[in-house]
Write a protein that binds this ligand. Structure first.
Ligand code: ADP
Ligand code: ZN
Length: 213
């Protein structure tokens, strides 16, 4: 199974990708996580990406396509994958189609997760994630705001989840990423899921979409 989870920042792609990954036993490929890892490790990529992420802008298409090329060819993707955060531009979508054609593979389904914008802003301002297990929480749902309810690890907010950067990320989404939906609609791969409901409800709806592809 090869899936793309698509949607604006804060829609819950990461949360759902982790759940789907565990159930379907295929890896979640989050380009945001890969970039943040590179920043923490202070690699050449990380040093180039830091200011871009902090400003809410996009890392260049050629860098991103290069990263995805390596990942898709790797052993971990041999039974499938869930792309989370890629493609984010039309050139990235075209690059991905080209790569997949070279590898003789195809995407099974693109799930577009949709919520209204006020909900997105609310969620992004309040999300925090565990440094240890990676689980994502809405800060208002937990008692001890610093401790992961899942594993006891340290909870922290992402550097780019501040009001100015959130605004910029939403603008970038509308301008560069939203058009990618049409790209997949035209080739008949797009499925839309209402992501406004509970985590469990959204997961169920995604499975319905996958099974009706
Ligand atoms: P979100 O979807 O919540 O904005 P991500 O973790 O997917 O968060 O991405 C965080 C940041 O990483 C983006 O704002 C962007 O700067 C960078 N990034 C992630 N994926 C891509 C991509 N495919 N192309 C360019 N930049 C990316
Ligand atoms: Zn944890």
């Amino acid at each position: 199974m090869r899936l793309i989870l698509f949607g604006p920042p804060g829609v819950g792609k990461g949360t759902q990708a982790k759940l789907l990954s565990a159930t379907l036993n295929i890896p979640q490929i989050s380009t945001g996580d890969l970039l943040r890892e590179a920043i923490v490790k202070d690699t050449e990529l990380g040093r180039a990406a830091k200011a871009i992420l902090d400003g809410g802008q996009l890392v260049s298409d050629s860098i991103m396509i290069g990263i995805i090329r390596d990942v898709l060819k790797s052993e971990q993707c041999k039974n499938g994958f869930i792309l989370d955060g890629f493609p984010r531009t039309i050139p990235q979508a075209e690059g991905l189609s080209f790569l997949l054609a070279q590898l003789g593979l195809n995407i099974d389904c693109v799930i577009s997760m949709e919520v209204d914008e006020t909900e997105i802003i609310r969620r992004l301002g309040k999300r925090s994630s565990c440094d240890q297990c990676g689980k994502i929480f809405g800060i208002e749902t937990i008692k001890d705001k610093t401790k992961c309810p899942n594993c006891g690890g340290q909870l922290s907010q992402r550097d780019d989840d501040n009001p100015d950067t959130i605004r910029e990320r939403l603008l970038v989404y509308a301008r560069s990423t939203e058009p990618v939906k049409r790209y997949y609609q035209k080739i008949g791969l797009l499925k839309t899921v209402n992501a406004q409901g509970s985590i469990e409800q959204v997961t169920r709806d995604i499975f319905v979409s996958i099974n009706h592809k």
